[in-house]
Design a protein around this ligand. Sequence first.
Ligand code: CA
Length: 365
Amino acid sequence: MKRKTKILSTLAFLFIFCFLAAGYAAITDNLTVSGSINLEAPNEVYITSVTHAGASSGSTGTVNSYTSTLLNSTVNLTSASSSYVTFSITVYNGTNFTAYYQNTLYSEAAYDNENIVCTTSLATNAPVQSKHSLTFTATFEYKNGISVSNTTLNSLVNFKFSDELTQEEQAVDEALGRFDDILNNETELGKTFELLRDEMTSGDGLSGRNDTYIGNVIGSANSDSAAINNLFTDAEGNNKLVLEIDGVQTAVTVMVKYEDITGDGVEDMTIYMTPDKITGSIWNRPKVTVYAAVFTSTTLTGTDGTTITNWSMLGQLFKGTATTNAYSGNVFGASDSFNTDTWRSSEAYNGIASNSTIERVLAGL
Ligand SMILES: [Ca+2]
């Protein structure tokens, strides 16, 4: 997941470099692609469409190209100081986290008429939710009170969204990517969905142990923690539950449950992750931040008759809280885990209020 992002960032950079080196005319030719290329959605916020949304009489706007959150356009206004051109722009958030509009940026080298300004309909920090689109307008018009001389603007503007993740969010994102790999039959070291299920159901001799979930929370059995750490370690030996940036380490504690969340009678795989330290007691059960994602399975049949099970994430990664609790089977009843039944969203999704259960949040999708 991370490598993919790097490659795409490099491509985006090369695009920008092409703009600067070759000028605008050439890029339109470069973008002519024939045949069909199947690309995965980039793990970033990016423009998916730009259309005309209005102009004053005699004014015209041309979309030369767009990539990432960059728009290259030419507008020709009239000498009327009130003339304008408006584009309607749709962006898609391919990341696992809500991104927020920051500002519209440009460099003077790629903006050849300082008397024309670009204003968007977005408020600062307007959110675009993970795996969702957002449409807004960008209007090019004269600055107030200038005397019109040059009526044309060639520009490259960047509608900047902050998809920068905190280290905790990055750590959770890495763990989520690894979980997807485990479910979808990654063959390295034999780590698969089947192995995960085997570890859940193997039992560890503790009374009351539930074979539908497994975690590496403090109170879980050593064998459960070891199994989770083994599963989340990739072929290069990197434990994806620990992220270290500049010497600062963030550990992710996970609980994986095999349960029917969608209500169709078929078990789903749910992963709950917290970057918080779980420090409760039997007398004190504080809430911890818990991210949750639900994966549902589809069985596909190949032309040769073989079948594979494909797991895909429903919606997005949801942020919420859960109450600390004792891990099932822990006879001492300490708050060494968290109770997934108490999970409530802490952000609103698709008109569903925050403080909703994961079932309710999913039902709104
Ligand atoms: Ca289900």
